[in-house]
Design a protein around this ligand. Structure first.
Ligand SMILES: C[S@@+](CC[C@H](N)C(=O)[O-])C[C@H]1O[C@@H](n2cnc3c(N)ncnc32)[C@H](O)[C@@H]1O
Length: 206
C-alpha cells in the first residue's frame, strides 16, 4: 500500500512545478492577507505543507523566519535546492496530523494553502488543529486557504474534505477570532477554476 509520503514523493519527483495542479507563479492572494497583519515583518511563519511554493521565496525576501514542514521529503529536497540553506529556516519532515516533535519553535503566523483539506479522518483533522493551537503564539495569526464547498472533490488524485468558512471557524474554536474571509477562484495551470475559501484568524491573548 502506498503511504501518503510516497504518494506525494511520486508526484514531486515526476513533475516540474508548473505541471502541478496547485502551482501559483506568484503568491499575491496569500500576501494580500499577510499584509493585513500588523507588524508582520521579521516574524516567524509556520508552513504545515510548504511543498515547493513560491510563497517561501516571497516570505524569505520579506525577512521572515520560516518553519518549513512537509510530508514529502522530495518536496523539501527540491525546495532546499532552490532556496539553499539559511539560518532563518527550520526544516521539518512530518505528517502534520501527528503531534509535533519537541523543540519546534512557536510561530507568529501559520499559513496553510491546500494542506488541511487532504485530511479526511476526524482524528487526523483534530490532530492538525491541536498542532496549530500549540504552534501559534497568543496574539498570532492563522491563514487557512482550502478548497471551498463549491470546489473540486479531488486534487492530486486524493479525495478532499472541502471547507466553508463556518466550518473553519468552528474548528478553529473560541481561542481564535475571524479577521477576514474571502471566496477566491484560483485558475490552475491547465486553465481550470478551483474555488477556495481563504480565512484569516487572530489568536486571542490569554
Ligand atoms: C496541494 S500541495 C500545496 C503545497 C503548497 N502549500 C502550495 O500552495 O503550493 C499539498 C502539500 O501538502 C503536503 N501534505 C499533504 N498531506 C500532508 C500532511 N499530512 N502533513 C504534511 N504535509 C502534507 C504535500 O506533500 C504537498 O506539498
Amino acid at each position: 500500500m502506498t503511504t501518503p509520503s510516497q504518494h506525494w514523493n511520486t508526484i514531486f519527483s515526476a513533475k516540474t512545478d508548473p505541471e502541478l495542479g496547485w502551482y501559483e507563479s506568484n503568491a499575491s492572494q496569500t500576501l494580500k492577507f499577510l499584509d493585513l497583519i500588523p507588524q508582520s515583518q521579521n516574524s516567524t511563519v509556520f508552513l504545515p505543507g510548504a511543498g515547493t511554493s513560491v510563497l517561501v521565496d516571497e516570505l524569505l525576501a520579506r525577512g521572515h523566519k520560516l518553519i518549513l514542514n512537509d510530508i514529502s521529503d522530495e518536496a523539501l529536497n527540491k525546495l532546499r535546492s532552490r532556496i539553499g540553506m539559511n539560518d532563518r529556516l527550520t526544516w521539518l519532515h512530518h505528517d502534520i496530523s501527528n503531534p509535533l516533535p519537541d523543540g519546534i519553535p512557536q510561530a507568529d503566523i501559520w499559513i496553510d494553502r491546500a494542506v488541511l483539506h487532504f485530511l479526511l479522518e476526524e482524528a487526523d483533522i483534530k490532530g492538525y488543529f491541536t498542532n496549530l493551537h500549540s504552534a501559534v503564539y497568543a496574539g498570532g495569526y492563522v491563514l487557512l486557504a482550502e478548497f471551498s464547498t463549491a470546489g473540486a472533490p479531488k486534487c492530486a488524485g486524493l479525495e478532499l474534505h472541502r471547507y466553508s468558512v463556518e466550518e473553519m471557524t468552528e474548528r478553529m474554536g473560541a481561542a481564535f477570532e475571524l479577521v477576514k474571509h474571502e471566496d477566491y477562484t484560483f485558475i490552475n495551470p491547465f486553465g481550470d477554476p478551483r474555488p477556495y475559501t481563504y480565512a484569516l484568524y487572530k489568536k486571542r491573548n490569554g
